[in-house]
Design a protein around this ligand. Structure first.
Ligand SMILES: [Cu+2]
Length: 181
């Protein structure tokens, strides 16, 4: 491990337990309540007020994950799809099931999204044999949404015993309303 990596690790990894995360350590289950269009941040294209990877959800490998997705908006469709991480200069324009990187980790028809809808998205935090780096994104698959920032980081990690969330406030505009902590 390089010194640079260690330094980065020390400044970046503040572990948070937000109000929208519920953990059952015995059952190895974590629930994330993700509300699309939580506030006006990023033109309302956000989850719980976060966008552009300003929150990263970190889950131990083999845990059961339930993303309780809620889009209260009746005007803009939104969705959730766990896709591979990407270069921020080459964000996918949309995401259908073919881009989903973790089995069953997507809402119904992620490239279409839904209006005024709720869905439980249940899956196991697993890395595929052909993709072991553990870095993903919670991505709104509706065309144009993820590309303008409607995504959060998502990581599957070995060697941790509880889920947590990392905030990266520098990814947000200082004029933004507070996200849900
Ligand atoms: Cu969206």
């Amino acid at each position: 491990m390089s010194l640079f990596f260690q330094f980065n690790f020390l400044i970046a990894e503040e572990k948070n337990n937000p109000s929208w995360m519920a953990v059952d350590n015995t059952k190895k289950q974590v629930t994330f309540n993700l509300k699309a269009a939580y506030n006006g941040n990023n033109g309302s294209w956000n989850y719980n007020g976060f966008y552009d990877g300003s929150a990263e959800l970190v889950v131990p490998e083999e845990w059961d994950v339930n993303i309780k997705f809620h889009n209260p908006d009746g005007n803009y469709r939104h969705s959730v799809a766990i896709i591979k991480s990407f270069d921020v200069n080459a964000v996918p324009e949309e995401a259908g099931p073919e881009l989903v990187a973790v089995a069953r980790a997507y809402s119904l028809g992620p490239e279409y999204g839904c209006l005024s809808c709720k869905e439980d998205i249940k899956f196991k935090a697993k890395n595929r044999a052909d993709y072991t780096i553990g870095k993903y994104a919670v991505f709104c698959g509706v065309p144009g949404h993820g590309a303008v920032g409607m995504w959060l980081g998502f990581s599957v990690k070995q060697g941790i015993d509880a889920p947590y969330v990392i905030y990266n406030k520098t990814a947000m505009d200082e004029k933004d309303a507070k996200p849900l902590f």
